[in-house]
Design a protein around this ligand. Structure first.
Ligand code: FE
Ligand code: FE
Ligand code: ZN
Length: 278
């Protein structure tokens, strides 16, 4: 089954996200656990969660992906910023247990001049504090564009992080198509080669989700500016290959393109048409 959705606002709660997803033809979605810049999360409303679960069942919505605030930095040079990231992620994962067996994605972080090795070590330490063998959520490391001092733009860095984590069974990877291209991986001309490399270094069994975004910038630009599907440097043919690829087609796909709901509905329809082969 084609699992396709987009990023939705959780401002009006879980039930509302299920309704919005269904309305735009999505059967999964991504949302921020709280204000993307950080801050407090709204308390969980159990009634809202119960209604969300009922509606999701009716609509066939599942594999929801919570995205950590993008301002968190597990490998900051400042201990209080690292501690804030750990506290926030722990709180998010506790909340995720109200909707068990789903996914939680985070940006590994920026080493801010401490060097990649220190960055990786700090991310490992954070994950070892955050992950709990009893949690039902799988935590995903997002592949990054390599903007500034971002960690996680090379598959080897992600591998190194996973290797240092104790609860590896709770860890996976979310591949962002804009980010990997900006990081220098040739998914347009050599998708098979990139996936082989991913498999060789990380293992395809770790790949749990795809952020499906075109890029405003050329391969290797390290910019991280998302573009609408087919309107960027990756182009529609790349996305046709991606959503039909035997190693990817059963994963959930999440659009994070510059769109309002109406635009997302169109992109979802476009991708569904391509997937069927017209
Ligand atoms: Fe992200
Ligand atoms: Fe992303
Ligand atoms: Zn991005």
């Amino acid at each position: 089954m084609f699992k396709i959705g987009c990023h939705l606002s959780n401002a009006k709660g879980y039930r509302n996200m299920a309704e919005e997803a269904h309305k735009i033809g999505a059967n999964t979605f991504q949302f921020f656990t709280r204000n993307p810049r950080g801050g407090n999360a709204k308390p969980i409303n159990e009634q809202d969660i119960a209604e969300f679960k009922k509606l999701s069942g009716e609509y066939g919505i599942d594999v929801i992906l919570a995205h950590a605030p993008y301002t968190l930095n597990c490998c900051s040079a400042k201990p209080e910023i690292r501690e804030f990231a750990i506290r926030t992620m722990k709180d998010d994962l506790n909340r995720m247990e109200y909707t068990p067996n789903n996914l939680y994605n985070f940006h590994p972080g920026s080493h801010v001049g401490q060097g990649i090795e220190v960055g990786i070590e700090l991310i490992i330490q954070a994950l070892n504090e955050v992950l709990d063998s009893k949690q039902t959520t799988t935590v995903l490391l997002e592949t990054m564009a390599g903007k500034g001092s971002e960690v996680g733009s090379k598959f080897e860095e992600i591998r190194q992080i996973i290797d240092g984590v104790k609860c590896q069974e709770k860890l996976g990877v979310c591949l962002d198509t804009c980010h990997v291209s900006d990081a220098g991986y040739e998914i347009s001309n050599n998708l098979d080669g990139v996936l082989q490399e991913f498999d060789h270094i990380i293992g395809l069994e770790r790949l749990k989700a795809i952020h499906i975004n075109d890029s405003m910038n050329p391969i290797g630009s390290h910019k991280d500016r998302h573009q609408k599907i087919g309107e960027g440097t990756l182009g529609l043919e790349t996305f046709e290959q991606i959503i039909k690829h035997p190693n990817l087609k059963n994963l959930p796909f999440y659009l994070e393109t510059p769109n309002e709901l109406e635009g997302y509905a169109k992109e979802i329809e476009l991708l569904r048409t391509i997937r069927k082969g017209k």
